[in-house]
Design a protein around this ligand. Sequence first.
Ligand code: 13P
Length: 255
Amino acid sequence: MDKNSRRAVIAGNWKMNKTRPEAKALLAELIPLVKEAGCQVVACVPFTDLETALEAARGSNIAIGAQNCHWEKSGAFTGEISAEMLREMGVEYVIIGHSERRQYFGETDATVQKRVRAALDAGLTVILCVGELLEQREAGITREIVGMQTRVALGGVSREELSRIVLAYEPVWAIGTGRTATAQQAGEVNHYIRTVVEELYGAEAAAALTIQYGGSMNAKNAAELLDQPDVDGGLIGGASLKPQDFAAIVAAASR
Ligand code: 13P
């Protein structure tokens, strides 16, 4: 299976941005711009915007996602939201293991694995983030880091469930810095991730897996990044808050 037969996914990660009226306005502007998209379009919004976003996106080709979920179904976990709660609302996607959660909120490979398990059990599709820090790249251990993050996160995920996983390679040094990985760097690591998945699940499953790139992807550099044989989409931060820019990335991924 080559790139053209894989599902391209362009997902916006709004991070901690947009009140409900702002979310409604952004989606209202975005919907007509991406209605002819030849790829899956996802908006991952703050928890407080989910209901508004689901309502605004109803009948459109935009799927709605959250940015995290807890691993238990319910219980004494103040401030957390379960995968079941998301699914019950009609949420389809959830980002897990974003580097900002790993950096600022104590997320580890072990908790990422538990969250992935819960999200799959609830019927969600997971956008699973992996990526190295700058010092890890400079130390020449990008593959070790990304390989380990991928292996641990997928521990316990069956081959059938892999169809509800989207991998997102996000080099931490490229996030929100304006310093994008070169297309070659993105292509190389995405290809490496596919070889790790191949070891775990076999060639067919690996070939079918959607692997995004994320980190300062924008309307200008998207086409070159998406042209790489192993880059099947993007996880977009800053540019996802600008409808025209996000739509241009969607157009670049459409086929
Ligand atoms: P930026 O596109 O703002 O660099 O963010 C990337 C990201 O972290 C998406 O999850």
